[in-house]
Design a protein around this ligand. Structure first.
Ligand code: GDG
Length: 493
């Protein structure tokens, strides 16, 4: 478990995310807890690994006192009917600080989201990043055969693919998915060790991004900063150092059916107890925001738009409640601490300005909600506000749509999210920094005629179900199969 469940790094096959405890198995004298995924990428990958009898290599929970070479790190899962291997790699506190909080989250995360002023590169960060990438690469090499498909997830492994590629048989397929935006070349030029990052990623046979804008920016960076690389813009490939990398755009979806199913099974009493817990009037029109407490998610801008909306619409006072869940994340990083303080103080100020004894316009919680509670809120919310300043994709917007089984909610969506590419035409689009227009879209969302709301939601639901997690997985594996066939055709075996 990590403080940041959606972005915890792991090596081949998937990231360690969204882990919820279920069953246990004892190996040697130590109890190993196996967590059952509730959704997201983990849920999608679990059946794939079960079918392929593969190995999933992930960052351990940090309390292990054994290291990578120890066979006790490997557990057969699921415990009741083992079909694949889970290998945990334990990292020291120093490694976590410099690799995870450091180069991954104080350098690559802000840089890729365009927050160059927040890039904080400390000495040793990159060396630790390289060391940890090497440890994962080493673990992969122990398992990979000529037929293996190695699939790395995210920006925590920018160097690992090349390290793996150099040491596994040429016919092994090495692929990676980059879950966050790729920045413009003007931004990427500020990346410390940027050349290493680009070369590392070109160790992949296939490199996936959510949308074509990021794929194109990546190719542009390669073209500008790696003169020895040959970019084929038509085929979206890069030839570098004897390897060919196919760059693809595949927007990630959610397990729409499970959100739909869970939302339908919500009982009135479950919802009531949630409203009682946060003291919300059941009759009110409900707006909802669900985010990690991250400076990229546009929460202060959202609060400013709600404030403007309340200023302009006194008739909504007492009648409208905005629920904001904000899960603390990467709290060891100063920029996150400052951001959390800002959000909390803005919520307080706005509630003091407009609230009454009986009504708080903003109900703010940092509780981590259960999947069922989240689904209950998604289903009940009249409008969902997703306002990142920039976001690789955004799964929350899609989860809301999938759980809107009554078809009567409105999605207010930032044009700066990857999700806007597929959902933008039927959502209410906002520029999160244009507070006046943002407030106008909130006004529109609360007053939109029911037939128009339903019409928009129907189309959104079709898009989310058509591009769901299963579609994304299948498309990724189809691409891997195609690059493998191409490598064989061109004699790389
Ligand atoms: C990165 C990229 C890209 C949040 N609070 C609770 C909770 N969550 C779950 C949501 C959703 C996930 O966390 C957040 O996913 P996002 O996609 O919105 O954002 P990031 O965490 O930044 O993810 C992003 C994603 O990777 C996938 O590629 O879309 O652009 O930044 O699933 O439901 N879940 C529960 N309780 C909470 O309180 N159960």
């Amino acid at each position: 478990a990590d403080d940041d469940p959606s972005t915890a790094p792991s090596g081949i096959e998937t990231r360690a995310d969204e882990a919820i405890s279920e069953s246990t198995e004892a190996t040697h004298d130590r109890a190993i807890t196996v967590d059952e995924p509730t959704g997201g990428l983990t849920a999608g990958l679990d059946p794939v690994l079960q079918q392929s009898a593969g190995t999933w290599i992930a960052w351990g929970d940090g309390d292990a006192d054994f290291d990578v070479a120890d066979e006790r790190d490997c557990v057969a899962v699921p415990p009741d009917d083992p079909s694949y291997t889970l290998q945990r790699i334990d990292l020291s506190d120093e490694a976590v600080d410099s690799y995870y909080y450091g180069f991954s989250n104080r350098v690559l995360w802000p840089l890729c989201h365009g927050f160059t002023d927040l890039v904080d590169h400390q000495s040793n960060d990159f060396e630790w990043y390289r060391t940890v990438n090497e440890r994962f690469a080493e673990a992969v090499r122990e398992h990979a055969t000529a037929d293996s498909v190695v699939w790395l997830q995210d920006y925590h492994f920018a160097l690992a693919s090349q390290m793996i590629r150099d040491d596994v048989p040429p016919s092994t397929t090495v692929a990676q998915f980059w879950h966050i935006p790729w920045p413009t070349s003007a931004t990427f030029r500020h990346c410390p060790a940027g050349g290493h990052v680009l070369k590392g990623l070109l160790g992949n046979d296939m490199l996936g991004f959510h949308i074509s804008r990021y794929a194109e920016r990546f190719l542009d960076c390669v073209h500008r900063f790696l003169p020895a690389a040959d970019v084929d813009w038509t085929r979206q490939t890069v030839s570098y150092d004897g390897n060919v990398t196919r760059v693809v755009a595949t927007p990630m979806g959610v397990d729409a059916e499970s959100y739909d199913r869970d939302a339908r099974s919500i009982s009135a009493s479950q919802l009531s107890s949630l409203f009682d817990r946060y003291d919300i009037d059941r009759e009110n029109v409900i707006g909802l925001g669900v985010d990690r407490l991250d400076y990229t998610k546009g929460i202060p801008e959202r609060l400013a738009a709600i404030e403007r909306f309340l200023e302009r619409n006194p008739t909504w006072h007492g009648e409208f409640t905005f629920i904001q869940t904000a899960t603390p994340s990467r709290t060891d990083i100063r920029a996150y601490e400052r951001h959390g303080d800002l959000v909390r103080s803005e919520v307080k100020r706005i509630n003091q300005r407009f609230g009454t004894r009986a009504w708080s316009p903003i109900v703010y919680t940092e509780d981590y909600l259960s999947g069922a509670e989240l689904c209950a809120l998604y289903r009940r919310a009249d409008l969902m506000v997703v306002s990142p300043l920039t976001d690789g994709m955004n799964l929350v917007a899609q989860e809301y749509v999938a759980a809107s089984v009554d078809g009567d909610g409105s999605l207010v969506l930032s044009r700066e999210t990857g999700a806007h590419e597929t959902l933008g035409s039927h959502a209410l689009t906002i520029d999160p920094t244009d507070i006046d227009d943002f407030a106008r879209q909130l006004e529109r969302a609360v007053s939109i005629p029911p037939h128009e709301r339903k019409r928009r939601m129907n189309t959104l639901r079709t898009r989310v179900f058509d591009g769901d997690l299963e579609w994304w997985m299948k498309t990724q594996f189809d691409w891997m199969r195609s690059v493998r066939t191409e490598r064989r055709r061109t004699g790389v075996t």
